[in-house]
Design a protein around this ligand. Sequence first.
Ligand code: AMP
Ligand code: MG
Length: 333
Amino acid sequence: MTDARHLVVDPTRPDPRAIARAAAAIRRGELVAFPTETVYGLGADALDPAAVARIYEAKGRPSYNPLIVHVLDAVAARGLVTAWPPAAQRLADACWPGPVTLVLPKTPAVPDAVTAGLPAVAIRVPAHPVALALLRAAERPIAAPSANRSNELSPTTAAHVASALGDRVALILDAGPTDVGIESTVVDLTGPRPRLLRPGLVSRDELVRMIGDVAEVEATSGDASRSSPGQLERHYAPQAELRLVDDPDAGRAALGEARLAGQRAALLTYEPEIGGDPDVALLPAEPAGYARRLYAALHDLDARDYNVVYVVRPPADAAWEGIHDRLRRAAHR
Ligand code: AMP
Ligand code: MG
């Protein structure tokens, strides 16, 4: 893309002029897409309700789905909340900058639009040098959900952003593919017991090791979805119908049958399965590598107009829970 709004930057040492341009746009209340270590974010000045409204409008995001606020450091996070329990300090020390989001009671400075009217705000310090440079230059918190249209796949490259939202943003900072690949782990610290609202690459087991106790929240249409709409059953979904299968053999069989029936079908599996078949996409067999490439693989399959994609369920252990969560939601009909 040779759009003037598309700025290629070095992922570790971004050009200060590009960052200054992006920061100025944020300060004017415009939308800037930028890389975080998880996925690309659609950023706006978190303290400007009109700018925040533009995020909802560009994404087609329902007004009840709150945004994550990105800040430069834990000190900035503390400035936006009215309580900072020991668990927050411990998680901030252990995980920030990084893919863990904390939900804490907000100060009046945080507009209701950011939290969708909830009394608590979700905050994190992203680990991407470009995101941190932008936060430093903008000198304000940046609200940023994933830079995709609501209910579609999250973007892990600037090209994904450009195809979904290219004409709706002032700028896209392009620093290449993101590293983590799935959205942050979200932990609610507003109640007496910490609650895991959304699993991510940092697993519940790891959180338990850090803060001792973390309740699991069942994904339902009831309470949980209201307190954290990322819990909505169908989310993070591609265009093709996703069907989960239990093992590689079942995947091959399903693919074979679907093709015989004349369907445009693909199989998403992981090593050491064999690739080579154009309808078989292969991901690494460990969770970090799998997560890093999952959305790009699904974007790619979508671009090839499959109507059904069989996905081999990854191993059941805790390190894969964020991936299971995203696959389950993407497959939900
Ligand atoms: P996204 O930015 O698209 O990855 O989604 C942000 C998700 O973070 C939401 O869908 C919620 O699950 C969660 N979240 C954001 N703000 C809050 C909040 N104030 N309370 C609870 N969960 C939140
Ligand atoms: Mg999202």
